[in-house]
Structures are given as structure tokens and as C-alpha cells.
Design a protein around this ligand. Sequence first.
Ligand SMILES: C[S@@+](CC[C@H](N)C(=O)[O-])C[C@H]1O[C@@H](n2cnc3c(N)ncnc32)[C@H](O)[C@@H]1O
Length: 224
Amino acid sequence: MKLEEIVPWGRNLAEYRQMFNLSDGDLCQRILGCGDGPASFNAQMTQLGHQVTSIDPLYAFSPEEIRQRFEDTYPTIIYQLQKQSSRYVWQNFRDPEDLGRVRRETMELFLEDYPQGKLAGRYIARSLPQTRFGNREFDLCLCSHLLFLYSDLLSLDMHIASIDELLRVGLQVRIFPLVTLDGEISPYVEPIRHRFQQLGYQVKISTVAYEFQRGGNQMLTIHP
Ligand SMILES: C[S@@+](CC[C@H](N)C(=O)[O-])C[C@H]1O[C@@H](n2cnc3c(N)ncnc32)[C@H](O)[C@@H]1O
């Protein structure tokens, strides 16, 4: 993967809690974060004594390269948010600049933790659909702003292979949001719900407290 293809825009622990409806009990599970990028979830969870492993191809890059990529993409993202502001819910963030400030703070928290987290094996440069973990190494696999969101770039087969893999290495998979970048429900949601139900899994769509993309307030949960 080329760094130019990645938008290093990450969310924090409070946002992860809302997106995935994480209870206090959930936080104490062995968690795999897929495509965590420059989110501060792992850093903040580790500070609280919890156990999170994050995989992302971004972790092949140095802190300086990740920060530079953030700064390079920043003006374009802010401009797009301003241009399409009616597509978003401006409740937790006043305006695009406010959101940008929070995203920068989040990335700085991540970068502070990144060198030691890499040494500890908490940040691993790896890409779905292969994780190379053993069976049931995790209780909870979380995937935020990757599957479904990038349905125009990632095929249905890639989605299925990724979820198969996460159900192998974890007991439960949660994916958020179910909308694409246009804010429309991903065309893969129904085929995936159908496939995993047919295979005998419990598949549930829940409304969660987090909504930034208008209509993007649903999470998919799959478990045996
Ligand atoms: C928009 S960011 C979301 C970051 C974080 N999950 C959050 O919500 O704050 C998407 C992330 O997915 C990562 N990514 C892209 N392809 C991936 C793959 N095949 N497997 C794992 N991560 C991937 C990117 O590098 C990027 O960091």
C-alpha cells in the first residue's frame, strides 16, 4: 500500500465507545482493532490497563511520515467537509476546523504511543483479509471506517474474506459504519447479512449513539 492512498484520520476512545456501543465489560476483553490507523483508541486503552492490538498497513511508516501525510491531506479534507457540510451532523464538532483540531490531537496521542506500542506488538503492519493470528486469539474484533465505508474500493469478496478471518481469530465482530463515503447504505450490507445468517451466525444491526456522517449511525455485529 502507498502512503498516498491513506487518509490518516483517526478517532479517539470516546468515539470508539459510541461507534461500537462498548460497555465497561467489553473494554476488558481482548480486542483486535482492524484498520485503526492514527486512532488514539489503542493508546488510551493501554493507559487504562486494557488489551488492544491494532493492525493497519499504515504501521509500516515512520511517525514523521504519518504526521506529514496528515498535514498534506488536511487542507483538502477540511475543504471537502466545508463544501459538503450538510452531509454531516455538527453536534459534537462545531465546524470542520474544530473537527480538524480534534483529529490532530487524536493523531498526536497515537504518535506519542506509537514507538513503544510497535515494540510491544500492539501496532502491527498488516492488512485484511489476512491477520496471521491464531484461532480465537481475541474476544472482540472492531473495524471502524474501513469495511463498508470504502465499498467502491474494496470488493464484496474482500469483505467476506475479512469477516471470515475475523470470525476465526475472534469471538465477535463489530463493524461501523454501514454507509459508504456518499452516506448511502453499502450495497454489501444485505449480501453479508444474508451469507452469515445462512451460515448460522447471529447477525444484528444496531443503532448507536455516534453519528457524524448523516445516517451513519448503525453498527453490524456478527458472532456464532
Ligand atoms: C479512515 S481510517 C480509519 C481509522 C480508524 N479505524 C478510525 O476510525 O479512527 C481507515 C484505515 O484503514 C486502513 N486500511 C486500509 N486498508 C486496510 C486493510 N486492507 N486492512 C487493514 N487496514 C486497512 C488505512 O490505512 C487507514 O488507517
